[in-house]
Design a protein around this ligand. Structure first.
Ligand code: NAI
Ligand code: MG
Length: 500
């Protein structure tokens, strides 16, 4: 197979700055970003301090309290969001290439993310102008209307696995509702988000409405979560950091939404076509090299088809083309960073020590063009026990564990034996069984006979330790609004509660 690397059409050797109060600014320190495909320095990015977070918060505060954004009409905000969506589409190839160069994901996945991000802005542009309040019939002489208003300044801390998409999921509903934002992308993958800030600037978003601060979590993220001038914090990332954010938000009891990790089960019954189930299982775990919050990282399979299933899955996993994301032949890219690469390889060692059976992978991926990059071979463990760490903990890499069941009751018990509850799936042709099992799965996102399909129109978020609240859909807009009831007294005569 030809392994010709596409010439990147995007120049990364340029200034990459923060965006505060409508200006692109330096932060005083510089981080070298590493290209995960070869371990070499990709470019340099400006990073700031708590002082920059404070400036960004002040700018967002001013833009909310004094600026026009929150009082613009919903249709004007919608028009702005439509423009942003068009800009993303116009620049999609550049943005996708940046995403691949920075985070490592195959270009075909990055292209998909860009289309999805544009669509997210369009969805919330449409929703901005739709009816959102209610009137309630209360005893006369009152009438009551219920309206939704923006929360205020929103802190938004996002991870490295879907930088552009996570930025869209957070900015689009926040802006549609009339909030202002301070966003901190991951220190590993800020490039597409900085480029997005440049596009926001080009379309004329008023200054201070969106601010982007750059740097490590404890340095510039925590001050946002702690600030009493921030009204809401939205976070996507690990459970551990999510708990830090929730604690920090207590300073002023800011509103909190958290989208955290998972260990999502795919339950496969014996009546379902094994080859199709294997196909979804591969997609469920190896897409974005397993660095997906909703990854199908546990396969709970009927003992009647277990051996056939694992044999077929291992055969196909071994054939996955691992390589640099810019290579047109690549099906699975590197992990995002050396830290994540080491973390995943450590989990593989844990799995071996725990006594699980390694069916394939378990090492660094071998092949052409892989030198220096953070490549892990697609890995499958069978013969697992529910209490094993590799079954309970989020690995966030191309590693899947197989669990075996003998009846539906056991399948459900295994599926729900988790601290997480983000996603889950059931594969069966039996419609009543499908309904029973999918309802029994304790998770916020579930699929029947499919995996990973995600719609801007539908709520996203988890049960249990997978988080608080929901993003996307009308729920995602609600999460960026306060609810106000307005009572109007139609007979303002003296109430005479006190006689004198
Ligand atoms: P992380 O949760 O620490 O990082 C996510 C974001 O939080 C980044 O922007 C980071 O700079 C920021 N952050 C980190 N510490 C912070 C703090 N003290 N205050 C404020 N912001 C902070 O995730 P990390 O360490 O990069 O990855 C570790 C594991 O987390 C992964 O192996 C995976 O299991 C999980 N993870 C889950 C994600 C998801 O989409 N659910 C995304 C990224 C990681
Ligand atoms: Mg961390």
């Amino acid at each position: 197979m030809a392994m010709t690397l596409a010439e990147p059409k995007v120049k990364v050797d340029r200034a990459w700055q923060m965006y505060i109060d409508g200006k692109f600014v330096d932060g005083g320190s510089v981080r070298e970003l590493i290209n995960p495909a070869d371990g070499k320095v990709l470019c340099k990015v400006q990073e700031g301090t708590a002082e920059h977070a404070k400036k960004a918060i002040d700018a967002a505060r001013k833009a909310f309290d004094e600026g026009p954004w929150r009082t613009t009409s919903a249709s004007d905000r919608a028009a702005m969001l439509f423009k942003i969506a068009d800009k993303i589409d116009e620049n999609a190839e550049e943005l996708a290439t940046l995403e691949t160069m920075n985070g490592g994901k195959p270009l075909r996945e990055a292209r998909y993310d860009m289309a999805d991000a544009a669509q997210c802005f369009r969805y919330y542009a449409g929703l901005a102008t739709k009816p959102s309040g209610q009137t309630v019939e209360v005893p006369a002489p009152s009438v009551t209307s219920i309206v939704r208003e923006p929360i205020g300044v929103c802190g938004q801390i996002i991870p490295w696995n879907f930088p552009m998409l996570m930025a869209a999921w957070k900015l689009a509903p926040a802006l549609a509702a009339g909030n202002t934002c301070v966003m901190k992308p991951s220190e590993y993958t800020p490039l597409s988000v900085i480029r997005l800030a440049e596009l926001l600037h080009e379309v004329g978003l008023p200054e201070g409405v969106v601010n982007i601060v750059l740097g490590a979590g404890p340095t510039v993220g925590l001050p946002i979560a702690e600030s009493t001038k921030v009204d809401k914090i939205a976070f996507t990332g690990s459970v551990k950091t999510g708990k830090v954010i929730a604690q920090a938000a207590l300073t002023n009891l800011k509103k909190v939404t958290l989208e955290l990790g998972g260990k999502s089960p795919m339950v496969v019954f014996s009546d379902f076509d094994v080859d199709i189930a294997v196909d979804y299982a591969l997609f469920g775990i190896y897409c974005n090299a397993g660095q997906v919050c909703s990854a199908g990282s546990r396969i709970v399979v009927d003992e009647k088809i277990h051996d056939e299933f694992v044999k077929k899955m291992a055969e196909r996993a071994k054939k996955i083309q691992v390589g640099p994301g810019l290579d047109a032949d690549t099906e699975m890219g590197p992990l995002v960073s050396e830290a994540q690469y080491n973390r995943v390889l450590e989990y593989i060692e844990v799995g071996k020590k725990e006594g699980a059976k390694l069916l394939c992978g378990g090492t660094r991926a071998e092949g052409k063009n892989l030198e220096g990059g953070y490549y892990v071979a697609p890995t499958i463990f069978s013969n697992t026990k529910p209490e094993m760490r590799i079954v309970q903990e989020e690995i966030f890499g191309p590693v899947v564990v197989i669990q075996k069941f003998s009846d539906e009751k056991e399948a459900i018990a295994l599926a729900n034996d988790s601290q997480f509850g983000l996603a889950g799936a059931v594969f069966t042709n039996d419609i009543t069984r499908a309904n029973r099992v999918v309802k029994a799965i304790r998770a916020g996102i579930t699929w029947v006979n499919g995996y990973h399909s995600t719609f801007n129109e539908c709520p996203w978020g988890g049960y249990k330790q997978s988080g608080w609240g929901r993003e996307l859909g009308t729920f995602g807009l609600d999460a960026y609004t306060e609810v106000k009831q307005i009572n109007i007294n139609l007979e303002p005569v003296a109430v005479e509660w006190f006689k004198n």
